[in-house]
Design a protein around this ligand. Structure first.
Ligand code: LRH
Ligand code: MN
Length: 431
């Protein structure tokens, strides 16, 4: 497997830290053993945890006001893959990439697949894009795509999604993620039912193009780019569409796409119960779809979401198998550093949720012992599981301290030389 980080440096940096890791790990092991928890079983599950990296997250993000490009940014999907390889080598838990089309479109998909294989990276959900017009596009998406009143724009959007499925098949992906910005900015501008009917009719055509072993994931979003109504505005519209379209269609939950204070963990529980939880776009936010680093603002909410996911796993819930993915925009940090850290913070929420004593929790719930039930969760959340995460990385040949190795390696500086930036490249927008 092609390695981007010098393995001698990685081993030397790990060697400096392994004895402290072993003593921290032993101490946590003793503490967990007193609660009849086998730390080795937890570390093994931590080692199996994987979360996909969004190709579009490896470049510096921006807002509608501006984007301030960083040094050594990837300029194409091949360089994005190089950075995804580094993120996986150091975090040990991001062995797959989710591409976005046409941003990542290439003339030779077998070459792209070979490059990913060489880095030990898999391709997961492919994302379509009918929220931007392409150069020379005749039938615009200005007034929507799959729900546009103009058949020509709807047909173009349908064909694009069918093309993206084809690209995904060439890469070995097994699902299509469809997020549309369709909606309205003025009361009265759109007939809500007719718009939803047009969307469903278009998605039926896309659904027909899905291979038997594929899924289609619908992503809802409260607002932006539409600021009055959005066709797939919330989990209700999402679930209705997924149920209408068929068993291969499920709902995807992007954490930043909800109104502040929304109980997202309960939405997750509903989607699990009705076997319609397709996957996640993990990030964090304070106001809108801020796409900030996962767990950076609401780590307890992220933990509570994993409490629902681990509970479903524990109950062997039928039809449960969501895809985990990051979807973030890195405007002021090195994207690789944020993605490494965020992947580990999502893994941390998963491992903390594994420490909940589910039978004890069920007893407290059945007996309406509210405080003890909430403490069963909070006590698991309050445990520092860093030694388990680091040991899982160490045993996979990844870094005990990933960011220290990344900086020690001077990766971004090296890329600044290898990828000279076009000084005139200014602009705005998330990528
Ligand atoms: C929409 C979204 C969607 C992607 C885009 C890059 O806000 O979350 O998942 O297509 O970001
Ligand atoms: Mn998203």
């Amino acid at each position: 497997m092609n390695k981007r980080i010098d393995s001698a440096l990685l081993e030397a940096e790990n060697a400096k830290r392994v004895s402290d890791l072993n003593s921290d790990y032993a101490a946590l092991g003793d503490k967990l053993a007193r609660a009849d928890i086998d730390i080795e079983a937890i570390t093994a599950k931590a080692g199996e945890f994987q979360i996909a990296v969004p190709s579009w997250g490896t470049g510096t993000g921006g807002t509608r006001f501006a984007r301030f490009p960083g040094e050594g940014e990837p300029r194409n999907i091949f360089e994005k893959l190089e950075d995804c390889a580094v993120i996986n080598e150091l975090s040990g838990c991001t062995d797959s990439v989710s591409p976005h089309f046409p941003w990542d479109k290439v003339s030779d998909f077998s070459e792209l697949k070979q490059q990913a294989d060489a880095f030990g990276l898999k391709w997961v959900s492919v994302n379509s894009n009918t929220f931007q017009d392409q150069p020379g596009q005749v039938h615009s998406y200005k007034y929507g795509s799959l729900s546009n009143t103009q058949k020509a724009s709807r047909d173009l959007a349908i064909q694009h999604n069918l093309d993206v499925i084809e690209y995904g098949q060439k890469l070995g992906a097994k699902s299509l993620t469809v997020w549309v910005g369709d909606g309205s900015n003025h009361p009265g501008q759109q007939h809500f039912q007719r718009a939803f009917e047009r969307y469903l009719a278009s998605m039926e055509e896309v659904y027909k193009g899905l291979p038997d072993d594929w899924e289609m994931h619908i992503e809802h979003k409260m607002f932006e780019p539409a600021f009055y109504s959005t066709v797939i505005q919330d989990w209700g519209s999402n679930l209705l569409a997924a149920m209408h379209l068929g068993p291969k269609c499920k709902s995807l939950v992007d954490l930043g796409h909800h109104a502040p204070n929304t109980n997202i963990e309960m939405i997750v529980s509903r989607l699990i119960q009705f076997k319609k939880l397709g996957g996640f776009h993990f990030n964090d936010s304070k106001y809108g779809d801020d796409d900030l680093d996962s767990g950076s603002l609401h780590p307890y909410q992220q933990f509570l979401i994993f409490n629902e996911l681990v509970d479903a796993e524990y109950r062997k819930q039928e039809g449960f198998g969501p895809a985990y993915m990051l979807d973030q925009s890195h405007n002021v940090t090195d994207p690789a550093e944020s993605l490494i850290n965020s992947a580990i913070e999502v893994q941390r929420s998963y491992v903390k949720a594994l420490l909940v004593n589910r039978e004890a929790l069920y007893d407290f719930q059945e007996n309406n012992d509210a405080l003890m039930a909430s403490l069963e969760l909070k006590n698991a959340f309050n445990l520092d599981v860093s030694p388990i995460l680091a040991m899982a990385r160490y045993r996979k040949g990844a870094a005990i301290e990933p960011l220290a190795v990344y900086r020690q390696a001077g990766y971004r500086k090296a890329m600044a030389v290898a990828r000279p930036r076009d000084p005139n490249a200014t602009g705005s927008g998330i990528v």
